[in-house]
Design a protein. Structure first.
Length: 153
């Protein structure tokens, strides 16, 4: 399931919905991304996330489908917020549910790595020195390259 939204999300409620009444699920692994207070040694007052409606969902669906093909998952959840967020606020929730824990850890890690590098979101950081767009990081691209994926997402 993919949700792109401005409003905050309730992690407990979202994970309960992901699990549902499926008693064959043995584990759910989740990752929650938050707005940091510091960026590039500057105190952040806010971060604005912009997205490309329609394209964002399409790209994230491809990432989700790749995870579902690679691992035996019962379900996945990707929630990504956009708009103006302050330090400490939740940005993203990624979760994977499966019969076995190792699968959930790997799939969750894969989902967040690809979401970070491939989903069309742009981040504008607000600091006391002004606003600046966040550039792509080599470390994020290296993480994706390490997956040795069969298809380019």
């Amino acid at each position: 399931m993919i949700k792109i939204q401005q409003k905050n999300f309730d992690v407990k409620a979202e994970l309960e919905a992901l699990k549902g009444n499926n008693h064959s699920i043995g584990g759910i692994c989740s990752f929650i991304g938050l707005v940091r207070e510091m960026a590039e040694n500057k105190k952040l007052s806010a971060m604005t996330l912009e997205q490309y409606p329609g394209m964002t969902e399409k790209v994230i669906k491809k990432i989700e489908n790749e995870a579902l093909q690679r691992w035996s998952l019962h379900s996945t959840l990707i929630i990504h917020r956009f708009g103006r967020l302050k330090p400490g606020e939740q940005i993203v929730l990624v979760a994977a549910a499966s019969a076995h824990r190792e699968v959930t850890f790997e799939a969750c890690h894969f989902l967040i790595d690809f979401l970070k590098t491939r989903a069309p979101f742009w981040k504008l950081e607000e600091t006391q020195d002004g606003n600046s767009w966040v550039a792509a990081r080599d470390s994020d691209e290296t993480a994706v390259a390490n997956w040795k994926h069969p298809k380019q997402v």
